[in-house]
Design a protein around this ligand. Structure first.
Ligand SMILES: COc1cc(/C=C/C(=O)SCCNC(=O)CCNC(=O)[C@H](O)C(C)(C)COP(=O)(O)OP(=O)(O)OC[C@H]2O[C@@H](n3cnc4c(N)ncnc43)[C@H](O)[C@@H]2OP(=O)(O)O)ccc1O
Length: 279
């Protein structure tokens, strides 16, 4: 297989060893070939998200290197995140509260509407703002220890990280209202059947599974991934007449790209893998 064709057909898919690990405040970043692994690392506070963590996430997702094709987002230690760092809340009046929430929105929009797909690995606490962060990712992988709750009602506050927009799209307004009004906790398996997470894997297997998914994602044409992230949610939200028009335009742009032409040629000339049948 020629080098370019091999690259298009998944030969670069499997992320190899860790090339670089570096600290970025409360984040730990690791490069694994075309995949960037971003880990919240405030384990003594169960990865609660403080202002510094939001700033670090914002920095990180503002400057994803051009050769990164997918991001895996996770929490170091046994938890994904215990949500908003409650120790900072008493410092804020109403105006500061609005700006705080908007800073979360800006940051999480960089994750949701960035250049590359983001896969979240969820284990232990996925609470409040931690769940909001997870909802900004495109694929969520849960381990059995993951538990999901919105205890904002118990704390006398409301979601502020875009959760009231993103979570109802996954589970519906009624279920989110129930979560917030009753403070109920969902176990990992329930979260998967409700659509909060797409995959339930064995305990401790979340990262390996996410990296495997990231390898598949990274092997796609970058323009298709970009269209999935940027266009699909907007098309799905649009009036159907606008949606069909947007789809036709995005589709024509994608198929006009030289990468699409090369990939289709690879298939027709028997150099590309066939679609796998179910195991
Ligand atoms: C309003 O505008 C907003 C809002 C938001 C988003 C809002 C939210 O996220 S509300 C939800 C906030 N989170 C919680 O209520 C979870 C509280 N934590 C727990 O229930 C537990 O800690 C646990 C996560 C279940 C873990 O239990 P365990 O393993 O037993 O650990 P602990 O001993 O309880 O905790 C260890 C250590 O961590 C501290 N800690 C835990 N969670 C938080 C937190 N969320 N904030 C601050 N600190 C936390 C805990 O106090 C302990 O500290 P020590 O000093 O005692 O060791 C978004 C944007 C907006 O604008």
């Amino acid at each position: 297989m020629a080098k370019d064709s091999a690259a298009r057909n998944g030969a670069t898919a499997a992320p190899a060893g860790v090339a670089d690990v570096f600290d970025h405040g409360p984040l730990k970043l690791e490069r694994r070939d075309a995949v960037l692994v971003v880990g919240l690392d405030r384990q003594s506070k169960r990865n609660a998200i403080n202002d510094e963590a939001v700033a670090a996430l914002d920095d990180c997702f503002s400057a994803i290197p051009d050769d990164v094709r997918a991001v895996v987002l996770h929490g170091h230690g046994p938890n994904f995140s215990a949500g908003l760092d409650l120790s900072e809340i008493s410092e804020r009046d109403v105006t500061a509260g609005v700006f705080h929430s908007r800073a979360w929105h800006r940051c999480f929009e960089k994750i949701e509407f960035g250049r590359v797909p983001v896969i979240a690995v969820l284990k232990g606490a996925v609470i409040g703002g931690g769940l909001e962060l997870a909802c900004a990712a495109h694929i969520r992988v849960a381990e059995p220890s993951a538990f999901f709750a919105l205890p904002e009602g118990q704390r006398g506050i409301f979601v502020g990280g875009g959760g009231s927009v993103r979570l109802p799209r996954l589970i519906g307004v009624a279920r989110m209202a129930d979560m917030m009004l009753t403070g109920r906790t969902y176990a990992a398996a329930d979260a998967v059947s409700l659509g909060i997470a797409q995959y339930l894997v064995g305990e401790g297997e979340g990262m390996a599974h996410a990296l495997e998914l990231a390898g598949r994602v990274a092997a796609n044409a970058p323009l298709t991934n970009f269209a999935v992230i940027q266009a699909l949610p907007r098309i799905a939200d649009a009036d159907p007449r606008v949606g069909y028009l947007m789809e036709a335009l995005v589709s024509a742009v994608a198929q006009g790209d030289s990468e699409a032409k090369a990939r289709v040629r690879d298939f027709l000339e028997k150099r590309a893998a066939k679609v796998a049948r179910p195991a």
